[in-house]
Design a protein around this ligand. Sequence first.
Ligand SMILES: N[C@@H](CCC(=O)N[C@@H](CS)C(=O)NCC(=O)O)C(=O)O
Length: 150
Amino acid sequence: MPAILRYRDDCIDPVLYTYFRSSCSWRVRIALAWKGIEYESQYVNLVKDGGQQEDYSTINPMKQVPALVMNGSTMTQSVAMLEYLEEVHPEKPLLPKDPLERVKVREIVSVISGGIQPLQNLSVLQKIGDEGKMEWGKFWIDKGFQGKFI
Ligand SMILES: N[C@@H](CCC(=O)N[C@@H](CS)C(=O)NCC(=O)O)C(=O)O
């Protein structure tokens, strides 16, 4: 097991606003765990809104997770968070060394974060409505996976 690292001795632990079903949050949780960075979780329920989401809009006005509060800054886009974590914690890298292999990783990141997830996100499916949402979601997931992974 890797040693648990703190970002800096004089820095409070990072806080990750997260939801268990959120794939965007998984990305950041996986990176934090891989790099051995200790953090505190704050749970935002995307499905049941008990008024909590209004409070959360002060953290992320789009009311989406994840948000990462780290080193005095609030970050609201998962890929930007991954890049930041890579820059401040280059040990245990997320990217391979070889530039062409890095391109492949970045292509996969772009397909998932730009071509799949936003199109079948909860708020998008709510706009599509119950009747068409499964077909819609499947279409974009298949297209992204077939284009990039098959
Ligand atoms: N581009 C953002 C997308 C964030 C996002 O869409 N998060 C989803 C969960 S995976 C969410 O909060 N959905 C609720 C909503 O959009 O209302 C990122 O990568 O952080």
